[in-house]
Design a protein around this ligand. Sequence first.
Ligand code: GDP
Length: 305
Amino acid sequence: TELYEKGLAKTNQGFGARLNAFFAKFRSVDEDFFDDLEELLIESDVGYETAEELTEQLRDEAKLQNAKSRDDLKRVIVQKLVDLYDQNGNEDDEKLIYHAEEHPNIYLFVGVNGAGKTTTIGKLAKRFNDQGKKVILAAADTFRAGAVEQLVEWGRRVGVTVVTGAEKADPASVVYDATKKAIEEQADYLLVDTAGRLQNKKNLMMELEKIERTIQKLAPNEPTETLLVLDGSTGQNALLQAKDFDKTTKLTGLVLTKIDGSSKGGVVLAIRNEMKLPVKLVGLGEKPEDLADFDAANYAIGLFR
Ligand code: GDP
């Protein structure tokens, strides 16, 4: 939680800072108040539809609760932000899934280049390894120069095995080898890195489908999680990417990275409201420990610090 707050303190420079500045100028609850709030939400990448919906609900709720003071309104907003998040799912689907009786639990990471896939896998490998779980990594991003070495380096740092192929190898063949090894060695987790070239969307989607089929040849119930990694600092662009990937890949959740940076932060709400996909993890920096489970309440409260 401490780490989470530290990361969010920086997010506050974006969404949170705007909210705080807005409330510093607070005079009274009138129509201007809600108009200005809606504008602020849109500017913070909450998205037009979600901003409108949220403002409408806040207006009703403020009336219902007879909220008049600054603190009343903050309370109503925090509550509504959490509601907005929760109404689109339940608490259980927010956690990473782990089947204790099944080996391995395969997590597939997808997303465009630079989103933070390799880094997130490295951080998660550390987390699971620290929990005493056996983890294997698959370097199936054979497209981006340096991606394999980057994952191998994470493996060395954390102390887990990384399965690699020859240069420019077929990603599916790397995944095949890795899945076989993970089954043979009774690994708890197999984390699969994939290529994120956006230039050739059709090929990428075909490649992801092939990887999935390859996994299912050996492990019919996998992957347990297919996580789309999004760069949180790209705002509404992240939402567009999510919609694109969601069309062709059966996603189970999202990872929002770089929310320690200049992220406007509001995009979390837009994605939740429009896609009904849970944010399962957030990236808060580049170090191995800079990864946290997303928590809607902490997020909403954190915005007002
Ligand atoms: P990939 O192409 O999707 O595998 O992306 P990478 O994992 O290589 O990450 C791209 C860049 O973003 C690297 O320089 C990472 O160190 C950086 N990065 C990844 N996650 C985070 C994060 O949560 N916070 C910050 N500040 N940087 C991150």
